[in-house]
Design a protein around this ligand. Structure first.
Ligand code: OGA
Ligand code: NI
Length: 364
């Protein structure tokens, strides 16, 4: 084991929980108490066929953005300020790369449990097949199984968690990871420009980054009105790219106090601003609470690709984002301490950001 493994372990660990997929495989009507949400936390399950909701999240044409189109840059600014979420089309990621990535995730979850368990989270490690954010035996659990892998830079991959028995698994991640990194960097360059810096301004601030993937499998549930696929949270990263199922909706974001369903657009990528971006931009760009709901008939797959700084980075608002009109909203904190804080407790919306770095007397 290299020292990087030890650092990954330092993030903290999640208590082991049963596979939800296996629960459903054994008894489709099974609904253990630990998954039944308290009344106020239960979702109102929208009519998925209609996928109706009162809002649609913004759509950004990535090709226009990359060309420096002013209108599209303005749209990105509004999307990050008012929604914290948007979908990108024309992102240039080949359809084949997306399809192979989805097929690799599907193939993994189709493996028998004992095969999947060969890649299970090991001891203190956060990576592997299992669950995240489980801090106590009595907290309500997600109706979800997941795999977490660090994918970039290459040197810190821990291949023992990569399902090498699935043909093409590694190759699919390799290709997708590279494409996703290009897209994430281009978006950050544009946000840099929007913050009044040159395009490398943000990158200079957060330094080298790591990329990790969270592969989610949400089994169908006989009572989708009682469970939550992934509990409300904001992502503790710089930026997230979410590849979601083209057919089965489930992602909801909190917008103007309503849960808005993100309607899948074929081959589009959902992008969201993470906590680190919110902090660097001194709250100008918002890391928005989101969750996933389940449905009665179809399993849903998704892939969150996250861009995170190195553990040692001191995160805090950038100089250019603080002035008399926008006083400093957050203190400074080492990224590792922030991550540890978030991983040590159940996800509770944005409580981790509010309880750590947010300056309480802020007038915003
Ligand atoms: C995540 C996440 C939402 C989804 O993995 O962080 O928010 O729709 N996923 O799977
Ligand atoms: Ni998320």
């Amino acid at each position: 084991m290299g020292c990087e493994d030890e650092k990954v372990s330092d993030w903290g660990k999640s208590l082991p929980v049963p596979s939800v997929q296996e629960l459903v495989r054994n008894d489709p009507r099974s609904l253990p108490q630990r998954y039944i949400q308290l009344h106020g936390d239960r979702p109102v399950v929208p009519d998925m066929a209609m996928a109706s909701s009162s809002f649609d999240i913004p759509i950004i044409d990535f090709a226009l953005l990359a060309k420096g189109d002013e209108d599209e840059t303005r749209n990105l600014d509004l999307a990050c300020k008012e929604w914290g979420f948007f979908q990108i089309i024309n992102h240039g990621m080949p359809e084949e790369v997306l399809l192979k990535m989805k097929a690799a995730i599907a193939a993994f979850f189709e493996l028998p449990l004992e095969e999947k368990n060969k890649y299970a989270q090991d001891g203190n490690d956060f990576q592997g097949y299992g669950q995240a954010y489980v801090a106590s035996e009595d907290q309500k659990l997600d109706w979800c199984d997941m795999v977490f892998l660090i994918t970039l830079p290459h040197e810190i991959r821990n291949l023992k968690y990569w399902a090498d028995t699935i043909p093409g698994f590694k190759n699919a991640i390799e290709k997708y990871s590279k494409e996703a990194q290009k897209v994430a960097e281009e978006i950050c360059s544009n946000i840099s420009l929007l913050m009044g810096m040159d395009k490398d301004g943000l990158k200079r601030s957060y330094g080298n980054t790591k990329q990790a993937m969270r592969m989610n499998y949400y089994p169908p549930c006989s009572r989708p009105d009682l469970v939550i696929g992934i509990n409300p949270h904001s992502d503790p990263d710089i930026i997230t790219l979410l590849l979601q199922d083209d057919e089965v909706p489930g992602l909801q974001i909190r917008h103007k106090d309503e849960w808005v369903l993100v309607k899948p657009i074929r081959n589009a990528i959902v992008v969201n601003v993470g906590d680190v971006m919110e902090i660097l931009s001194n709250g100008m760009y918002k890391s928005i609470e989101h969750r996933a709901i389940t449905n009665e008939s179809k399993a849903r797959l998704s892939l969150a690709t996250i861009m995170i700084p190195y553990d040692e980075l001191e995160i805090g608002p950038m100089e250019c984002a603080v002035d008399d009109h926008r006083p400093r909203m957050y203190g400074n904190m080492k990224y590792l301490d922030y991550l540890r804080y978030t991983f040590a407790r159940k996800m509770e919306g944005k409580a981790h950001l509010d309880n750590t770095l947010k300056i309480k007397s802020s007038s915003f």
